[in-house]
Design a protein around this ligand. Structure first.
Ligand code: AMP
Length: 204
């Protein structure tokens, strides 16, 4: 079963997959995280990716497809969750060439609420755990004691550029998946636990 997660930046896709992994066995293909892993290696490719990311722009589809194909090769898990992919019509077309989309989960959240969440978001530099300044004001990860940091693209300016990119390129995919009958819309303004319950119900 192949599931894609759609939703504006800050709608809780990362938190949802983090929570889902405690209840469900699946292969997670989180494109943003995979790209950040490449940046962390310090490679030339990583530098190119960082320059795009820091401007709030999409990374080239051929780079993204290489990353995804690497992750999908030798997959033995029956469920695959694609987080942050596809983000454009071009990417959805590429995805159709390699697999079927059985379910598209759309986390619906207003832009104003998404911005508030992004400004509150912290990510662990060691284990990738996503949390908030409100929950962890001491900047210590509750999972691994690593240092919690603010993502370099989580500034109001870059967030607004990412929202615009989402509106122009990603939002049209909602219609595409609704028309193909695989879209399920979830109210992402609810608590992470309520969102998790709603999504688990749909997957089951
Ligand atoms: P995310 O972690 O999903 O918020 O993504 C962070 C950044 O990674 C985005 O602003 C893009 O620069 C890049 N990125 C993530 N997913 C994709 C994708 N499917 N296509 C192109 N770039 C992506």
């Amino acid at each position: 079963m192949n599931i894609v997660l759609l939703g504006i930046q800050g709608s809780g896709k990362g938190t949802l997959v983090q929570d889902l992994s405690k209840h469900l066995d699946f292969l997670l293909v989180s494109v943003g995280s995979l790209l950040r892993d490449e940046i962390a290696t310090g490679s030339k490719l990583g530098q190119l990716i960082k320059s795009k990311m820091d401007k709030g722009e999409l990374v080239d589809t051929n780079i993204v497809m290489d990353t995804i194909n690497k992750k999908l090769s030798n997959n033995k898990k029956p469920i695959v969750i694609l987080d942050g992919f596809p983000r454009s019509r071009e990417q959805a077309d590429e995805l159709d060439k390699i697999c079927n989309v059985d379910l598209a989960i759309y986390l619906n959240l207003k832009k104003e609420d998404a911005l508030k969440r992004i400004m509150n978001r912290l990510t662990c530099s060691k284990c990738g755990n996503i949390t908030t300044r409100v929950k962890c004001p001491d900047l210590v990860c509750p999972v691994c004691n690593g240092k919690l940091t603010v993502r370099s693209d989580d500034t109001p300016e870059v967030a607004n550029k990412r929202f615009e990119q989402y509106r122009l390129e990603t939002e049209p995919l909602i219609k595409r998946y609704r028309e193909s009958g695989v879209l399920v819309e979830i109210d992402a303004s609810k608590t992470p636990n309520e969102v998790l319950k709603a999504v688990m119900k749909v997957i089951k």
